[in-house]
Write a protein that binds this ligand. Structure first.
Ligand code: DGJ
Length: 572
């Protein structure tokens, strides 16, 4: 009897210890789930319960395979990223219907932890660049069950139908399985966000013309969309053509693709609510068409979250937190316009892919619009990345030369990314990049204006002329009324007392200091103390005080070495 009773007691005790241990483990390891916070018309991505700025890079499409990873991590280290964007391939994840293979995703998480970076996983599901190239083979071979879109001429298009319930259900189930795995395997929150599909939509046809699609096109537009778009029509329930006229076909396709992806996102979120987003292959915001080639939808990717259909996506896919632009060769004006278009009161700015000569500096423009992250594409040492560089005519530069301009940004901001994210969320930070033909930019901060100039003369005389190529970039944050954080490259920053009235920048000598006429007296800027330093664990560490000749004409950021200044100001 005794023995019988003591065995269960011992067992129970052991079980209790094991359970307690497991609970303690879970409590220690499970960190808060990353989330997007919207407050005072500003957004922040909260990771470990504090604003986080993704200093990201995306690997080339085929670089997530475990055998490729040794060519990924050295590039990420060189770049000083804190977040890597890596695809998860549906075809690899579900090789047979309902059988999921977690090896790749588990490897990515383990390796990312080892390299002390976070991950954004890209679900290459039903859509990848408008096509179904990452659907599992068993789906690709069964086109009756998982059909393609049909073009106007009745032929199949290289794009999946957004009306196929079987594809939708399969994608929802697989994506939910992925999220379930992340929930179980990642209490540390190594994965901080998930992209649902990749550049969805279709090339070559503005919409699906299959009989089932046509039936929907002729049916009434959903009332929630009519209300959101403020459509007034003589008909109480207009069809797409009646409601949207010339835009009808594109809007219809956007609604269909967004509804599908919204359902995939919702299925994943129901399991594990990480922030989720969809990315867009852009049209040119000034001349609709792919970059450099004006044209109608279908010539650019129709149906994806392009700038003209963001309202439709917001209604159709509430499960997505962010609609994000992939910005490639658009030209500088269009680049900046795209940033503006995607930073909305209902949409945080996030640039999940970018690449073009000189656009590394636009990381600062994105920061100025409170971006939650930025991520150049094709940043690894695989052959695929070499191919991508070749498409950019950059094959003559070494891998490091190609990465350098991006690495500079992250080397500068990396040690203070948490402070930058917080200051930005609090509305205390402004950041800009040099624009062709604009030699000076004024950043107003209450009683001070920060005056940024590019290509300023070495000594005080004469106006700034701009850098030979526009490469300047800078951020300025107000820490206290008269205390500023300034960091950047290839620019000069000075401060002048703000005044609605007259300003002068001064001449050589003591009068060089920027001044403003306030109540009939010239008030001149004085640098009380210019500290060069670096952030360590959230604390500014002084390296030296720079009150010598280097600051006589302002704060000069030249050369490629990071320089962070904390500047206290007064007037005399
Ligand atoms: C945009 C896509 O989203 C990426 O997956 C990749 O294909 C790049 N284009 C290549 O330029």
């Amino acid at each position: 009897m005794r023995m019988c009773s003591s065995v269960p007691t011992a067992l129970a005790a052991a079980l209790l210890v094991a359970t307690l241990h497991a609970q303690v483990q879970v409590q220690i390891d499970a960190r808060p789930i990353p989330r997007l916070v919207h407050q005072n018309r500003r957004f922040a991505l909260f990771v470990d319960d504090a604003p986080y700025l993704m200093l990201g890079a995306q690997v080339e499409n085929t670089a997530s395979w475990p055998a490729m990873l040794p060519k990924v991590w050295p590039a990420m280290e060189y770049l000083h990223v804190n977040t890597v964007e890596m695809p998860v391939y549906w075809e690899q994840f579900e090789p047979q219907p309902g059988i999921y293979n977690y090896t790749m995703v588990d490897t990515l998480i383990a390796e990312a932890r080892r390299h002390k970076v976070r991950l954004v996983l890209l679900w290459f599901g039903t859509w990848k660049n408008g096509s179904q190239h990452y659907m599992p083979e068993w789906m690709k071979l069964d086109t009756d069950r998982y059909p393609h879109m049909v073009g106007k001429d009745g032929n199949a298009v290289d794009s999946p139908s957004p009306y196929c319930a079987a594809s939708l259900e399969a994608d929802k189930a697989a994506f939910a399985a992925l999220m379930r795995r992340l929930k179980q395997a990642d209490p540390q929150r190594t994965v901080i966000m998930v992209q649902v599909e990749n550049e969805a939509g279709s090339w070559g046809s503005v919409r699906d013309y299959s009989p089932s699609a046509q039936k929907l096109f002729d049916a009434p537009v959903p009332s929630e969309l009519l209300a959101a778009m403020h459509i007034e029509s003589p008909s109480p329930s207009p069809n797409w053509q009646q409601a949207f006229g010339l835009d009808a076909e594109e809007y219809f396709h956007a609604w269909s693709v967004a509804s599908y992806i919204g359902q995939v996102a919702a299925a994943g979120k129901a399991v594990y609510p990480l922030p989720m987003y969809a990315n867009a292959a852009l049209r040119n915001p000034f001349h609709p068409g792919p970059p450099g080639h004006p044209g109608a939808p279908g010539a650019y990717e129709s149906g994806g979250p392009t700038d003209n259909v963001l309202d439709i996506w917001k209604v159709a896919a509430p499960g997505l937190d962010i609609l994000a632009p992939d910005i490639y060769e658009t030209g500088d004006d269009a680049y900046l316009k795209v940033l503006e278009l995607y930073r909305r009161d209902d949409n945080a700015l996030f640039v999940p892919e970018t690449g073009c000569p000189g656009c590394d500096r636009f990381f600062f423009s994105a920061l100025g619009l409170q971006t939650i992250g930025f991520s150049p594409f094709g940043m690894d040492y695989t052959r695929g990345a070499d191919f991508y560089r070749w498409t950019l005519h950059a094959e003559d530069s070494t891998q490091e030369e190609f990465l350098d301009p991006w690495a500079m940004n992250y080397r500068l901001v990396g040690p203070m990314q948490r402070e930058i994210a917080r200051l930005n969320f609090e509305g205390k930070l402004q950041a800009v990049a040099e624009e062709q033909g604009k030699t000076t930019q004024i950043l107003p901060f209450g009683s001070w204006d920060a005056v940024v100039s590019y290509g300023a003369p070495r000594y005080g005389e004469g106006p700034a002329t701009g850098n030979p190529k526009p490469i300047g970039r800078v951020l300025v944050a107000q820490l206290k009324d008269n205390l500023f954080l300034v960091a950047g490259y290839f620019c000069r920053v000075d401060f002048r007392p703000a005044s609605a009235g007259k300003h002068r920048t001064g001449e050589v000598g003591t009068e060089q200091n920027p001044s403003a006429l306030i109540d009939g007296k010239w008030r001149h800027r004085q640098f009380l103390r210019v500290e060069e330093g670096t952030y360590e664990n959230g604390v500014f560490k002084l390296l030296r005080i720079v009150n010598g000749g280097e600051t006589d004409w302002g704060l000069d950021f030249f050369g490629k070495e990071p320089m962070v200044l904390r500047v206290s100001l007064a007037t005399y």
